[in-house]
Design a protein around this ligand. Structure first.
Ligand code: PLP
Length: 386
């Protein structure tokens, strides 16, 4: 029996199944041209005129992400996650009020506190995992955007997306969700009522630590989405074709990487919970995590590849532990096939809610017993040399 509607997993594996018309190649060519010939009527009926507003390879990667996120209005790719996130704020007007999660990617928080406020946005931060606090921070008729990140970096707090969407809508605001750490495999924020989803595509979407990219997806092709499109077109933040090609190649294996990485993160979280040198494990998959019940409702198939541990012995022991790993790579970023460890407080600086004894772990696809053994050895070494 023929099946006409293929699953997202099948469509992603084949990068939407596009075959090159001229050669019948199963991998479409990378389109590098920056300019296109006008037709005799002086128009551009091919739909392409110049490389800054648009690119065919970038469009193909956007179609694939829009399919994964079930984004009716489509997706836009940017040169980085920050370029994608800031395009949303640039689509607002000076004087507009914004509420953002207190626990969020630190560089975006810093940008909101400095550049966005210089440009005239009014920004308040709220513990958005507490809906009463979110409600209190949102000003009906005044707040234009609520920005949440869930699970949120680096404490992995969980915000209830459907409830946040209700609060935003009742106040006349849009809801945007940084879903980098959930990925479209575990959560579809648009389906839960969000207006915009943002990804640092640098992370698990690409998955190989070799592309810097960002993405936005939208539910409605409305005035706000068109403002965002105009921001990208005019400011030139589009992702280049080579990166778009690599990102598409990465997304072909997103399902299997994400499933494996989340399963390993869960197993590590459980094993580390009873480690004598670990004071606390922060992971929404653990029943004792304060956001677990909401995460279980809004995440399917796993709780993500990110977790953090707070080590006994404080900041010095945490830094010594990170120094002692052999298999984990001591580096910033997340979502790649290789596991990374990082002492976050020393990166995030003043104003960060990150405790000084916290180590952030990005789980890759290595052997789970090797990962645990490496952390166990490093924890012991980090405490022995005090
Ligand atoms: N959002 C999250 C959750 C991130 O972890 C990052 C980067 O680490 C970003 C956004 C920014 O992405 P990029 O580094 O691609 O600008």
């Amino acid at each position: 029996m023929s099946r006409k509607i293929w699953s997202k997993r099948s469509l992603a594996a084949q990068a939407m199944g596009k075959i090159d018309a001229q050669t019948r190649a199963v991998v479409p060519p990378i389109h590098v041209a920056t300019t296109f010939i006008r037709y005799e009527d002086n128009g551009y009926s091919s739909g392409f005129s110049y490389g800054r507003p648009d690119n065919e390879t970038t469009r193909e990667a956007e179609n694939m992400l829009a399919m994964l996120e079930e984004a009716r209005a489509g997706a836009l790719l940017f040169a980085s996650g920050m370029a994608a996130a800031t395009a949303v704020f640039h689509a607002l007007s000076p004087g507009d009020h914004v509420v953002a999660s207190k626990v969020m990617y630190w560089a975006l928080r810093a940008w909101l506190l400095t550049e966005a406020t210089r440009w005239g946005l009014r920004v308040d931060f709220a513990e958005t995992d507490d809906l009463a606090k979110l409600k209190e921070a949102v000003k009906p008729g005044v707040t234009k955007l609520v920005w949440i990140e869930t699970p949120s970096n680096p404490l992995w707090t969980i915000t209830d997306i459907a409830a946040a969407a209700e609060i935003a809508r009742a106040a006349g605001a849009k809801l945007a969700v940084d879903s980098t750490c959930a990925s479209p495999i575990h959560t579809r924020p648009l389906d839960l009522g969000a207006d915009i989803v943002m990804h640092a595509a640098t992370k698990v979407l690409n998955g190989h630590s070799d592309v810097v990219a960002g993405a936005l997806c939208a539910r409605e092709d409305d005035a706000f989405w068109n403002r965002i499109k105009n921001v990208r077109r005019s400011q030139g933040g589009i992702l280049g074709p080579f990166e778009a090609y690599l990102l598409m190649r990465g997304m072909r294996t997103l399902h299997i990487r994400q499933e494996r990485q989340s399963a390993s993160a869960m197993a590590l979280a459980e094993r580390l919970s009873s480690h004598p040198l670990v004071a606390r494990v922060l992971y929404p998959g653990l029943a004792q995590h304060p956001g677990h019940d909401i995460a279980a409702r809004q995440m399917d198939g796993g709780f993500g590849y990110m977790l953090s541990i707070q080590v006994t012995g404080g900041e010095a022991a945490a830094i010594r532990t990170a120094a002692a790993v052999e298999l984990y790579k001591r580096a910033t970023s997340l979502g790649g096939v290789e596991s990374l460890i990082e002492h976050r407080a020393s990166i995030e600086g003043v104003g960060s809610p990150c405790p000084p004894d916290l180590l952030r772990l990005s789980t890759g696809i290595e052997d789970i017993d090797d990962l645990y053994a490496d952390l166990d050895n490093a924890l012991r070494a980090g405490h022995a040399s005090a």
